[in-house]
Design a protein around this ligand. Structure first.
Ligand code: ADP
Length: 400
């Protein structure tokens, strides 16, 4: 790397050190966190953030910020055409501004959301192999305005960061593809074997019906599998947009319970719902929260005992709504609980109980956290498991 002209040697060394660390990180979220902290540090800024570019919607989405607390939600969209970040990406050149609040290009909605008054700003495009990846922004120089040296060091950092982000994404995809191929093999093999069986003239009508059922079951499983993987790839790419719907939690729980009524009956499992009368509506993405509940109820049935129980409940808890899904299954040993929400994690032995990928809970957690909620689990061996989804009731800036 050629030392940039205006940089003091210590800043250059720091940059080298950070670039090396970035090249070694293949996990996207920690990588982005490292980049924003390095950017704020190197340019002496109050905050820094990364927005990733979504070529489909032609929008930038907030991914990480050093101040991702005050209302700035991961995934918040910033239009390419009405923001300084967008301008930097379109022009493929850094943009430095003072008096940002009076700037016609500034996307003022962000200041409203974050309650941070942007005074000075520098936006540097992230471009890897000619492809737009996103924008790195540093906000509010601690003293004075951003300088040529800041622009140089952030440009150098952005060049390394863009390649590291692209590598991490490719790595994530290849990891995912390898897993998907692995998971698809068994059901595909079963479908092939069943089709060959159907060609045999000597099979009985009963065998024929059973074989067709097998094909249907396996195809349905393949369908579920591809949807799960697609959901995960979307969530990880940061391209998922969350809607804000006013949700009647009681009605939603009833709806989900109805979906599983036949399955529960088949297993002799009793389902009950407990909801207080005065439950306030929740503001969240209804379809995604429903997806979380479907997953939890499906697990509560899959990992239950015959003639067991599944209980759905909801209650208020200081500004939050908690939804619980409890079962009377075998429970989960304490040493497995901390891994449960990890990608592809299955408790050893559960493959004997039910088919699964170990992705469901990981996806649930990501959806709940994108709503600034929390997912927890409590379990007692031999008695059962309870999953608790806690969601903020309503955010100030999120009136429906
Ligand atoms: P999947 O069910 O597809 O394997 P999940 O991510 O939904 O994936 O769950 C991960 C693992 O957690 C399961 O494989 C199982 O070992 C365990 N698990 C989930 N829910 C329960 C439950 N209600 N009771 C016992 N174990 C559970």
């Amino acid at each position: 790397m050629t030392p940039p002209a205006h940089l003091p040697p210590e800043a250059y060394h720091r940059l080298l050190e950070i670039s090396r660390a970035l090249a070694a990180t293949l996990d996207l979220d920690p990588l982005l966190t490292q980049i924003v902290h390095a950017a704020a540090d190197l340019s002496d800024a109050e905050a820094a953030s990364i927005l990733l570019y979504d070529p489909q919607s032609r929008e930038l989405h907030f991914q990480t910020a050093t101040n991702l607390t005050n209302g700035l939600k991961k995934g918040t969209a910033v239009p390419l055409d009405h923001s300084i970040a967008g301008l930097a990406l379109k022009r493929k050149t850094p943009i430095r501004r003072v008096n940002v609040r009076q700037d016609a290009d500034h996307y003022g909605r962000l200041d409203e959301i974050t309650h941070v008054q942007t005074r000075t700003l520098i936006a540097v495009p992230l471009i890897a192999n000619g492809q737009p990846v996103g924008v790195l922004e540093a906000i509010n120089k601690r003293e004075g305005a951003f300088t040529d040296a800041d622009e140089e060091i952030l440009t150098a950092l952005a060049a390394h960061a863009a390649v590291a982000i692209q590598n991490a994404r490719l790595f994530q995809q290849s990891d995912l593809i390898a897993e998907l191929v692995h998971e698809i093999r068994t059901p595909l093999g079963a479908i092939l074997a069943a089709s060959q069986l159907l060609r045999m003239p000597q099979i009985s009508e009963e065998q024929r019906q059973r074989t067709i059922e097998t094909i249907e079951q396996q195809a349905r499983y393949l369908n579920e599998l591809t949807t799960t993987f697609l959901d995960m790839a979307r969530l990880e790419s940061g391209r998922v947009r969350f809607e804000r719907n006013r949700i009647d939690v009681g009605a939603l729980l009833q709806e989900v319970a109805r979906m599983f009524a036949a399955e529960a009956q088949k297993r002799g499992i009793q389902m009950e719902i407990n909801i207080p009368e005065n439950l306030q509506p929740l503001v969240a993405d209804r379809a995604k929260i429903k997806q979380v509940l479907i997953n939890l109820v499906s697990n509560a049935l899959k990992y239950n005992r015959p003639h067991g129980k599944v209980r759905l409940a909801a209650y208020h808890e200081d500004g939050h709504i908690s939804i619980t899904v409890s079962d009377t299954g075998p429970g989960i040993a304490p040493q497995h609980l901390k891994h449960l929400f990890g990608k592809f994690y299955r408790v050893p032995g559960s493959e004997k109980q039910a088919r699964g990928t170990g992705l469901g809970l990981y996806i649930c957690k990501r959806i709940v956290e994108a709503h600034r909620g929390e997912m927890r689990v409590k379990s007692t061996l031999g008695q059962g498991t309870t999953f608790i989804v806690t969601l903020p009731l309503r955010e100030e800036d999120e009136q429906p």
